[in-house]
Design a protein around this ligand. Structure first.
Ligand code: SAH
Length: 365
């Protein structure tokens, strides 16, 4: 199909099932067809509308003349020595994003992006270097998951083995809130959509406070907070968003986040040598999180070309963990997979090119 034709059409993956049902009704079709169409797209991996054989010919042609159904264009795929795979997708407007497929013992986890670039400007994160370009659409978010499952199909693996999603790729999920919620509706649609269980979906945020409580109202996904420091001075230095929403406001919102009785909020804490890895920091962390149902994920800093920060020695990392465990905190060290292909936490940058032009450095993603 020609690009000019596509322009008049919409990506069907931008529609929630409810919206598609409404659209069908407006066209004089039956709304329950939306469920059938969803099954074809999200469970049976249909490549086009003609494959949807339990729909009438007329409906298929109606869909075909109003919508398009595509996969993201996979520009590159890298496979780590630990079999983690990183996908580089080229979007329709030429920008790029990455997703990471992480093998676990008996399932896969996909690390999903929500924006091209990121506006948060965290000093330790490579994605931040490019600034923000734009939000991802609903279709671009759910396609990362649909396409990763298609990868499994092609390898003769069960697609539903991809059972866990973490919104920890490029971008700040809560800064693209509406599309995030709509995408979650499709991903967690248990009858016709992608069937992800709420306990297997985690949204990670740098601390967009006004949206945290809302997320608990709108969904029952797991919440992860990138905390990374125990005092405002250090946190503001590392994460400028802390100037707007300091630690007290962040933890207050966490206290008001509604979740199931046995659930906990995950606090991600990057360990950076000489910055936030002292014994005092560990003790302060215990104290800060005492009022909250929390678990701690320590992430030893993943070094990359755009930062002088260093990862602490293993001895220091273990000592930090031990202080938390000795005080009955649930805590663990997160092993970042895929470091050899720059797929670990904080290493996603897609295609980031810096140009020096008349002394001004600009960045293109
Ligand atoms: N914007 C969201 C989603 C990104 S998640 C958020 O901030 O939570 C990315 C996770 O990787 C965050 O917990 C972040 O703190 C962590 N991270 C970023 N850069 C890192 C690095 N270089 N090494 C280790 N972890 C890093």
């Amino acid at each position: 199909m020609k690009l000019s034709e596509l322009k008049h059409m919409e990506n069907i993956q931008d529609y929630t099932r409810k919206e598609l049902a409404q659209w069908l009704e407006n066209k004089g079709s039956r709304s329950f067809r939306a469920g059938q169409i969803f099954k074809w797209i999200y469970l049976k991996q249909a490549a086009n509308f003609d494959e949807m054989t339990d729909l009438g010919k007329e409906l298929r042609s109606l869909l075909g003349s109003n919508f398009y159904l595509t996969r993201l264009s996979l520009e590159d795929k890298q496979v780590s020595s630990d079999t983690t795979e990183k996908f580089l997708f080229r979007l329709d407007d030429g920008h790029h994003i990455e997703s990471v497929l992480i093998p676990e013992k008996d399932h896969f986890t996909l690390c999903v992006s929500t924006q091209v670039g990121c506006a948060m400007d965290c000093k330790f994160c490579l994605t931040a270097r490019g600034g923000i370009v734009r939000n991802l659409s609903v279709a671009e978010i759910v396609s990362q998951v649909r396409d990763a499952r298609f990868e499994l199909v092609q390898k003769n693996l069960e697609p539903l083995k991809l059972s866990n999603i973490v919104f920890m790729g490029m971008g700040e999920p809560l800064a693209n809130y509406d599309n995030l919620i709509r995408a979650l509706g499709i991903l967690m649609d248990t009858d016709y959509g992608m069937k992800f269980a709420a306990r297997r979906v985690t949204v990670s945020t740098s601390g967009v406070v006004p949206k945290i409580v809302q997320l608990g109202v709108d969904t029952d996904v797991n919440l992860a907070i990138s905390l990374n420091a125990t005092d405002d001075k250090t946190r503001s230095m590392l994460m400028p968003i802390n100037n707007k929403y300091p630690i007290s406001a962040l933890l207050d919102a966490c206290g008001r986040f509604t979740m199931k009785p046995r659930n906990k909020i995950t606090f991600e804490y990057i360990l950076i040598k000489g910055i936030n890895d002292s014994r005092e920091d560990a003790l302060k962390l215990v104290k800060l999180l005492a009022p909250i149902r929390a678990k701690v994920n320590l992430i030893p800093f993943n070094e990359h070309e755009a930062s002088d920060f260093k990862r602490p020695e293993p001895k220091q990392i273990i000592a930090f963990l031990q202080i938390l465990l000795d005080r009955d905190m649930t805590a663990m060290i997160r092993k970042s997979k895929g470091a050899d292909i720059s797929a670990a936490c904080g290493q996603l940058k897609a295609k980031l090119v810096t140009h020096k032009n008349k002394g001004i450095e600009t960045v293109q993603i």
